[in-house]
Design a protein around this ligand. Sequence first.
Ligand SMILES: NC(=O)C1=CN([C@@H]2O[C@H](COP(=O)(O)OP(=O)(O)OC[C@H]3O[C@@H](n4cnc5c(N)ncnc54)[C@H](O)[C@@H]3O)[C@@H](O)[C@H]2O)C=CC1
Ligand SMILES: O=C(CO)COP(=O)(O)O
Length: 376
Amino acid sequence: MQPFITKFDPYEPTEYIVDAKSGTRSPAPLEKVAIIGSGSWGTALARVAAVNVAQQDGFHPEVLMWVRDPDECARVNETHENARYLPGVDLPSNLVAVSSLADVVRPATLILFCVPHQFLPNVLAELAPGTVQPNARAISAIKGVDVHIREEEGTADIYTFPAVIEKALGIPCSALGGANIALDVGRGQFCETTIGVPSPQDAALWHAVFDSPSFRVHPTSDVSGVSLSGALKNVVALAAGFVDGMGLGGNTKAAILRIGLLEMSTFTCEFFTSASPLTFSHHSAGMADLITTSFGGRNRRCAEAFVRAGGSKKKKTFDELEKELLHGQKLQGTVTAREVFMFLHARGRLEGYPLFEKVYRISFEDMDPMRLFDDL
Ligand SMILES: NC(=O)C1=CN([C@@H]2O[C@H](COP(=O)(O)OP(=O)(O)OC[C@H]3O[C@@H](n4cnc5c(N)ncnc54)[C@H](O)[C@@H]3O)[C@@H](O)[C@H]2O)C=CC1
Ligand SMILES: O=C(CO)COP(=O)(O)O
């Protein structure tokens, strides 16, 4: 039986916990937001959250953001700008950078995970048991998948990052994703995002943390759909970049996006049976995110450069292009293309996903980019 109820007192704008037996009341603990990751997207979301919680009851006014590098951390606090990853965007003074991961997580009740997906296992491993409050809730804005190949059995498993976080920390984890290029969000340009949250109470909380007039948050219960859509659209955005690199026009790019969206939705519904195809057609996390990334994202940009560099006989790998063009930011599409290819190969399902297969082979096996259109 639940011994406490929470009431809102209209004369004192504070939430109270009322003991059901004695009637005594004490102020409800404030929700405290923590942001794990201070790349371009982590910083942009931290800014949205810090502005929001400062204006609402029920939240601790300070938002903590984990910045790994202590010098960078000090600079963010001195200048209220993350000049390396989100230059030119003012950060509110209630957004506090902290270089110790445990110190960011320990007091938090609402934790956003936003590190490039290849780094998440180490981040989770650093969080010793007992660091996370048992009543905390998490949300993942990470775009990627976690694939495990079981070679001896000739098969493979795939997990979303909300599932990975839930398992590692023992707290519920939702998903956030949408058509959100970080710098545009940081500059306050209007856009939408989708949160995949099964519980209506948690959906209301995350909505309060992130929704604003220029950053509209729409909830759905489809956690896997939001998470997978964000991961897989990066693979399709590489194909869009190949099209640009080959100098082909809008008809070709539109065809690639349509076929890509279909593979994204089919893949998700084949391997995550609780996911809904509507997430891909109706939500910002679906088609809208695919469009923005395929026109203005880093995956598209590097894929275009990859094809152009190939033509000049000075071929460059994606690792080289990432270093050259992104200055410390990380590509997610190439890692995901490899993981999805390995997974489909192990499951014997490559023939169902010709676009995903070609993106991998062009990126890593020297396939001619013109072969992107074979068998589509
Ligand atoms: N940038 C964007 O516009 C958007 C990004 N996302 C997703 O958000 C996630 C985070 O991406 P961004 O914020 O863009 O990061 P980023 O690519 O801007 O920055 C790199 C981040 O990785 C961190 N990092 C580097 N080495 C690390 C290590 N060994 N361990 C832990 N962290 C390390 C850096 O400190 C920095 O915070 C990705 O999955 C991305 O796909 C989602 C929507 C928009
Ligand atoms: O996920 C993104 C936009 O929603 C950003 O995509 P890129 O990583 O390709 O820049």
